[in-house]
Design a protein around this ligand. Structure first.
Ligand SMILES: NC(=O)c1ccc[n+]([C@@H]2O[C@H](COP(=O)([O-])OP(=O)(O)OC[C@H]3O[C@@H](n4cnc5c(N)ncnc54)[C@H](OP(=O)(O)O)[C@@H]3O)[C@@H](O)[C@H]2O)c1
Length: 253
C-alpha cells in the first residue's frame, strides 16, 4: 500500500498478540515495514507474525514480558540485529487490571498495573532511544488512553498508569526531539478489543455503554492503527510530545 512511506522501516511492537497491537502489526506489514513483535503468549504472537509475513512483510515474534527489562532489551536487540537499526516503536502492551473502587483495590493489582503499563514504557523507551540515537533518529508511539486526561470510575490504578504514560511521553519528547527522535502517544477511547470484553464482562454491557457515547459505537483497532502509522511516519514531522485522543468525541461530550 505504502500510504505512509514506511517501507523497510524497522519496527518494534509490544503487545502484538491481540487487539490494537495486532492491528498495528498488520497495518505496518501492509506498508512493507520489517517487524519485531512481542508479547507473552507465543501461539497468538506467532500467528500475528505469520499473518504479517503472509502480507509480504518480514516479521518475527519474540516472546517477552514487558515488566522485565531484560526481556524488553532482548526485543529491541532483535530489531537492531535483524534489520540493522530501529526506526519505529509502538509501546502498546498494557492491562486494565482489576475493576474496583479505590478502597477495595489490592496493592498487588496497583503494582501489576504500574509495572505492565508504566515501567514497561520506561524500559522500552530507554532501550529504543539508545538504539535510535545510534542510527540517527526515529519515532516512538506509546499507547496511553483517553484516561490520560480524565478519570474513570473503578479503574484508579489503570487511570493513574495512563496519566503516567503521558508524563513519560511528554518528558522524553522534550529530551530527544533535538536529537531526531519524535515521541507521541495515542490516547484511545473505548476500542473493541479483548480488553474491553474483560472490562464490561458481557457484549450487552459493552454495547450498552457504547450506545451512550457520542458516536454511538465502539472504535476499532484498525482506526487506532491508522493513527499510529501516521504518528510513526514522516508525515508527522512536527508532532512530538502529544497525546492524540482518538475517542469518537467521548471526552468532549
Ligand atoms: N481497548 C481499549 O478501549 C483501550 C483504550 C485505551 C487504551 N488502551 C490501551 O491499549 C493497549 C492495548 O490494549 P488492547 O485494548 O489492544 O487490549 P488486548 O487485546 O488485551 O491487548 C493487550 C496486549 O498487551 C499484551 N501484554 C499485556 N501484558 C503484557 C506483558 N506483561 N508483557 C508483554 N505483553 C503484555 C498482551 O499480550 P500477552 O497477553 O500475549 O502478553 C496483548 O497483546 C493497552 O496499553 C491498553 O491500556 C485500550
Amino acid at each position: 500500500m505504502n500510504t505512509f512511506d514506511l517501507q523497510n522501516k524497522s519496527v518494534v511492537i509490544t503487545g502484538a498478540s491481540s487487539g490494537m497491537g495486532r492491528a498495528a502489526a498488520l497495518a505496518f506489514a501492509r506498508e512493507g515495514a520489517r517487524l519485531v513483535l512481542a508479547a507473552r503468549r507465543s501461539e497468538e504472537g506467532e500467528a500475528v507474525a505469520a499473518a504479517a509475513r503472509a502480507l509480504g512483510a518480514e516479521a518475527v515474534f519474540v516472546q517477552a514480558d514487558v515488566t522485565r527489562e531484560e526481556d524488553v532489551r532482548r526485543v529491541i536487540d532483535q530489531a537492531v540485529q535483524r534489520y540493522g537499526r530501529l526506526d519505529v516503536a509502538f509501546n502498546n502492551a498494557g492491562t486494565e487490571g482489576l475493576a474496583a473502587p479505590l478502597h477495595e483495590q489490592p496493592i498487588d493489582n496497583f503494582d501489576r498495573v504500574m509495572s505492565t503499563n508504566v515501567k514497561s514504557v520506561f524500559f522500552s523507551m530507554k532501550h529504543e532511544i539508545a538504539a535510535m540515537l545510534e542510527s540517527g533518529g526515529g519515532a516512538i508511539v506509546n499507547n496511553a488512553s483517553m484516561g490520560s486526561f480524565i478519570g474513570f470510575q473503578n479503574l484508579s490504578p489503570y487511570i493513574a498508569s495512563k496519566h503516567a504514560v503521558l508524563g513519560l511521553t511528554r518528558t522524553a519528547a522534550l529530551e530527544y526531539f533535538p536529537k531526531g527522535i519524535r515521541i507521541n502517544a495515542v490516547c484511545p477511547g473505548i476500542i473493541d478489543t479483548p480488553f474491553q470484553d474483560r472490562v464490561w464482562g458481557s457484549e450487552e454491557a459493552k454495547q450498552g455503554f457504547a450506545k451512550s457515547t457520542p458516536p454511538g459505537r465502539i472504535g476499532t483497532s484498525e482506526e487506532v492503527a491508522d493513527l499510529v502509522l501516521f504518528l510513526a511516519s514522516a508525515r508527522a514531522t512536527f508532532f512530538s510530545g502529544q497525546g492524540v485522543v482518538i475517542d469518537g468525541g467521548y471526552t468532549v461530550a
